[in-house]
Design a protein around this ligand. Structure first.
Ligand SMILES: Cc1cc2nc3c(=O)[nH]c(=O)nc-3n(C[C@H](O)[C@H](O)[C@H](O)COP(=O)(O)OP(=O)(O)OC[C@H]3O[C@@H](n4cnc5c(N)ncnc54)[C@H](O)[C@@H]3O)c2cc1C
Length: 224
């Protein structure tokens, strides 16, 4: 979920003087290539906040704002706010390869199976309410909260999920070893079997380290 808010000058001036703002804008102007001034987060926490908020402050909105818009050129700047909402993995969600339909390199074409269910819809509704509340506390929305289309995440996960048992609901065991093979170990976000709301890379790294340690142990025993 994302939305953009023009900060409210009256509320902001209770916290920051006009001189302080002027100094900060002058400091920021020394590095105009950096479009984002600050990033803050409210992390995921269950059960009260099962979503993860990222707030990015910038002098300009992340899209061209009509110069006639009442919030255009807002001296106090804008915040682009995004709530990361979970996608709960399901066995039905995955990548299907089709031997009868080849891609441009003559490899089996892939189709992504992916659908939102009631549990995601409920959390999306909750996140929308929270985003509206947070945005209204800071100023006026110049882009209303909206849900990005399926597939526009930067965090693709769970395409070769790890699982506890070789029961056709997972691809690899908890140490990244592909079920049914002695010598095939996989790594990356595809292994993550659970839902998360933000930044998966450290989780992947932790899983890879665990798998690598197990591989060292397996190879040590195999060669002993
Ligand atoms: C703009 C952007 C911002 C992001 N910001 C964050 C962030 O702040 N924090 C965070 O945690 N995550 C972030 N991510 C996500 C992060 O990039 C991924 O979580 C991470 O890179 C996933 O690692 P991976 O090893 O699973 O896949 P990848 O990093 O995609 O690695 C897969 C590799 O496999 C190679 N490959 C593919 N096919 C083949 C083939 N047939 N043969 C050989 N090699 C092949 C690819 O070239 C690639 O190098 C961001 C992603 C984007 C796009």
């Amino acid at each position: 979920m994302i939305g953009t808010v023009a900060l409210d000058g009256e509320r902001m001036s209770r916290l920051v003087t006009d001189d302080e703002l002027g100094r900060e804008l002058a400091r920021r102007a020394q590095n105009p290539a950096d479009p984002v001034g600050a990033v803050n987060r409210i992390p995921f926490s269950e059960p009260d906040h099962p979503i993860s908020l990222q707030v990015m402050y910038a002098e300009n909105p992340p899209f061209p704002l009509d110069p006639e818009h009442p919030a255009a050129g807002n001296r106090w700047g804008y915040v682009n706010m995004g709530y990361g909402v979970r996608k709960h993995p399901r066995v039905e969600d995955g990548v299907r390869f089709d031997d009868d339909e080849l891609d441009y390199r003559a490899l089996p074409n892939m189709t992504i199976e992916y659908a939102l269910t009631d549990s995601e819809d409920e959390e999306i509704e909750f996140a929308t309410g929270m985003l509206r509340r947070a945005g209204n506390a800071l100023g006026t929305f110049v882009a209303d909260p909206r849900l990005l289309p399926n597939g526009s995440s930067l965090h693709y996960m769970g395409t070769m999920r790890m699982g506890e048992a070789d029961d056709d609901t997972s691809v690899a065991d908890p140490y990244s070893r592909v079920w049914g093979y002695e010598n095939l170990v996989v790594g990356g976000n595809g292994l993550i079997p659970t839902a998360n709301t933000m930044n998966p890379t450290l989780t992947s790294v932790a899983l890879a380290v665990r798998g690598a340690r197990q591989a060292v142990e397996d190879l040590t025993h195999a060669s002993a």
